[in-house]
Design a protein around this ligand. Structure first.
Ligand code: UDX
Length: 453
């Protein structure tokens, strides 16, 4: 048992979209529940967090950063496979050493592990410390992923995850429809599909023992779904507040806020594909660029240098003054700006929450993983966005106009605007420390009553 201030160790998956919500959870556990919150990252992430945020130290807004060796070398390209290798082969013994180092100073009350970092579940169990899972996305995706063994058993998918039936994805009652090729584990290069699916099978298997699962999701996000999940016990603590400070892996380019200040209200299209998307290819970048140009609207586009080779010749000169490109934006500030009228996005879950909380309508082009499920909710359930079928210039132009023209009238854009404001109210009600707080309290109670089997 922990003496003095109880301590929780948080283990995120090492990517921005996972570190962000885990940090917000650690922040809430510290400030609302008095825990000492320790966020553990591999060295390559820790070094970037320190480098990108000038103020980052060992203690960040009450969250203590700890780092462990990852076996990665300077200059090595760090992709999904390099990270998986580091997580499986290098990080477990270092986490174990870190957890044991707390034994002389009161121990650890709980280890909270992102399901994508499931390697850490066994480490916490070996140290006989209570462990909870954390799913940074929506309940709908968790249901789909945790339903994989059942889907294989029922012959809906084969043992490599390939759909065998047209309605393979639609076995969960009340979920919006997905195309079979949009199952979260099917997206990515064909050569990597098998290993990605193996990653998910390993995750599901390791998480079978979890007693608790914390989700960055909010009640009411999914209407008419049956909650058939009895184990693990689910705590929907989301949306975690996105207004507290967030560590970022890249330096934010503040120039875009000065530029937004000069634009008219609701006039700008904000474009960003998050932090962790396979390149969409030069031809699609070109189509997107031409569609934005043809829409005639001002735009702010987060486009990394690696993707800029797709821009048409002379493009930047042509759109000068009307469009700006940055490598990394202070996204939550951008989405909160009055000048932003809609958000052309990849449907990452954090970005979805951030946009709805700030009352922005969405133009969707999902690319990978859970983004297709999120998109189905945005477009078909909540009806606060439009999906681009193809990333083709005319579709982009039309999509932007559909959303942006008439944000107050009775047209499509106006209706979406009203719906997004209702959804925002629904979300903020939870976020406003009512339901979300009750769930977090329930988790803290469960932890206090934990007994070793
Ligand atoms: C991925 C998946 O897409 C997401 O659905 C899953 O839940 C987590 O892993 P990512 O692709 O990074 O995440 O997207 P998203 O979840 O939207 O997170 C991106 C984060 O980066 C957001 O919090 C966003 O505010 C931030 N961001 C993005 C910036 O701060 N600046 C930018 O310029 C772009």
């Amino acid at each position: 048992m922990v003496e003095g201030r109880p301590r929780i160790v948080f283990v995120p998956y090492p990517a921005q979209g996972h570190i962000t919500p885990m940090f917000h959870l650690a922040h809430a556990m510290h400030h609302q529940h008095g825990f000492e919150s320790i966020l553990v990252n591999p060295n390559f992430i820790h070094n970037r967090l320190i480098a990108s945020s000038s103020g980052a130290t060992e203690d960040n807004h009450g969250v203590i950063y700890a780092n462990i060796p990852d076996g990665l070398h300077d200059g090595e390209s760090i992709d999904f496979f390099a990270i998986s290798h580091a997580m499986e082969n290098h990080m477990p013994c270092h986490l174990e050493r870190l957890l044991k180092s707390f034994e002389t100073v009161g121990g650890v009350s709980c280890v909270i592990v992102d399901l994508l970092a499931s390697w850490a579940v066994g480490v916490a169990e070996r140290c006989r410390i209570p462990v909870a899972g954390f799913w940074p996305a929506m309940l709908g995706t968790y249901r789909l992923i945790s339903g994989v063994p059942d889907m294989i058993y029922r012959g809906l998918i084969d043992k490599n995850g390939t759909p065998l039936q047209e309605d393979a994805t639609n076995f969960i009652k009340g979920q919006p429809k997905l195309n079979p090729e949009e199952l979260p584990w099917l997206i990515g290069s064909p050569s990597s599909k098998r290993s990605r699916f193996a990653f998910w099978l390993r995750t599901i298997d390791r998480c079978k023992s979890l007693r608790w699962l914390i989700l960055n999701t909010f009640h009411g996000e999914e209407t008419n779904t049956e909650n058939s999940l009895s184990s693990p016990r689910i705590f929907c603590v989301g949306p975690l507040p996105t207004h507290s400070p967030t560590p970022t892996l890249w330096s934010e380019d503040g120039i875009c806020i000065e530029w937004l200040d000069k634009q008219s209200p609701s006039s700008v299209v904000y474009v960003s594909f998050g932090s962790w998307v396979d390149p969409i290819g030069d031809d699609k970048v070109a189509e997107l660029a031409l569609g934005l140009e043809a829409s005639g609207k001002p735009f702010l586009w987060v486009l990394s240098t690696a993707w800029r080779s797709g821009l048409p010749k002379g493009y930047l000169d042509r759109v000068k003054g009307r469009g700006i490109l940055v490598s990394w934006a202070p996204q939550r500030e951008v989405l909160g700006h009055d000048a932003v009228g809609c958000y052309l996005m990849h449907c990452g879950w954090n970005s979805t929450i951030e946009a709805v909380e700030r009352g922005k309508r969405l133009l969707c082009y999902p690319v990978a993983g859970d983004q297709f499920v999120n998109c189905a909710y945005i477009v078909d359930v909540w009806k606060v966005g439009v999906r681009l079928g193809k990333l083709e210039r005319r579709e982009v132009e039309e999509g932007v106009k559909r959303l942006m023209d008439g944000c107050c009238g009775d047209g499509e854009g106006g209706k979406m605007m009203r719906r997004v404001m209702v959804l925002k109210e629904q979300m903020m009600g939870r976020c406003g420390r009512l339901g979300a707080d009750a769930e977090l309290n329930a988790f803290v109670d469960a932890l206090a009553n934990w007994t070793l089997d």
